[in-house]
Design a binder for this molecule. Structure first.
Ligand code: AP5
Length: 215
């Protein structure tokens, strides 16, 4: 099972990626998490991209392809993976020479995205995702998994969100047609509660899974 989750900022790729990874027993590989981890550890790559990421701009294709390649070569990814945030444009999709089972598009209105990002809280240790109103942790401000204090992402500030939505429209949206042409695209309404969206994704995957193919 090799699945790509596609959708605008705040659509729920991280939330659903974590749920699907548990369901299928395969890793959730999120390029945003990889980048944020590098920034938090102050690595040369992290220092290089920190300002661009905070403003909502992309890291370079070469860097992203390197880190994705490394992650997918690890033993736990040999049985499949849930990709979140990658490929992010047609150039990355063309460079990513892998067999895929399906590409799930999380479909949602822009007003809902802005509300979700405005209240998002994340765990800087395990990358769990919460919301101040919509997906609250058991104890306010603290991660359910490891009791770490939750933080806001710098790129969730309103100006960065506006830029990310625009970058999504111009760079990522064309990927839908790219994967549609390859018969891999499945659209799911992402506006319901998280568990309902997970159920819809599982149904989409079980009823219409394409044979894995190389392109
Ligand atoms: P990335 O982390 O991938 O950011 P993104 O694509 O903008 O997506 P988000 O993480 O903001 O949203 P999400 O869809 O995961 O939603 P979530 O589940 O958190 O990338 C960050 C940056 O890294 C990029 O801007 C770029 O700079 C760089 N980068 C990453 N990949 C790259 C690549 N391939 N190439 C170049 N650069 C790259 O949910 C959002 C909120 O809504 C949460 O609060 C959650 O609790 C809540 N929520 C989720 N689902 C529901 C629901 N069903 N109902 C109610 N609330 C919900």
């Amino acid at each position: 099972m090799r699945v790509v989750l596609l959708g605008p900022p705040g659509a729920g790729k991280g939330t659903q990626g974590q749920a699907l990874a548990v369901h299928y027993g395969i890793p959730h590989v999120a390029t945003g998490d990889i980048v944020r981890d590098q920034i938090a550890r102050g690595t040369p790559f992290g220092r290089k991209v920190e300002a661009a990421i905070a403003a909502g701009n992309f890291a370079s294709d070469a860097d992203i392809l390197y880190w994705v390649g490394r992650r997918l070569a690890e033993p736990d990814a040999q049985g499949g993976y849930i990709l979140d945030g990658f490929p992010r444009d047609v150039a990355q999709a063309e460079a990513f020479d892998a067999a895929l089972s399906a590409v799930i598009v999380l479909d949602i209105a822009e007003a809902e995205l802005i509300a979700r990002l405005a209240g998002r809280l994340v765990c800087p240790v395990c990358d769990a995702v919460y919301h101040t109103d919509l997906c609250q942790p058991r104890r306010a401000g603290v991660c359910d998994n490891d009791s770490t204090a939750l933080v806001r992402r710098p790129d969730d500030e309103p100006e960065a969100v506006r830029n990310r939505l625009q970058v999504y429209q111009t760079r990522t949206e064309p990927l839908k047609a790219y994967y549609e042409r390859r018969g891999l695209l499945r659209c799911v309404d992402a506006s319901g509660p998280p568990e309902a969206v997970t159920g819809d994704i599982l149904r989409a995957l079980s009823t219409s899974l394409a044979p894995e193919r190389v392109f």
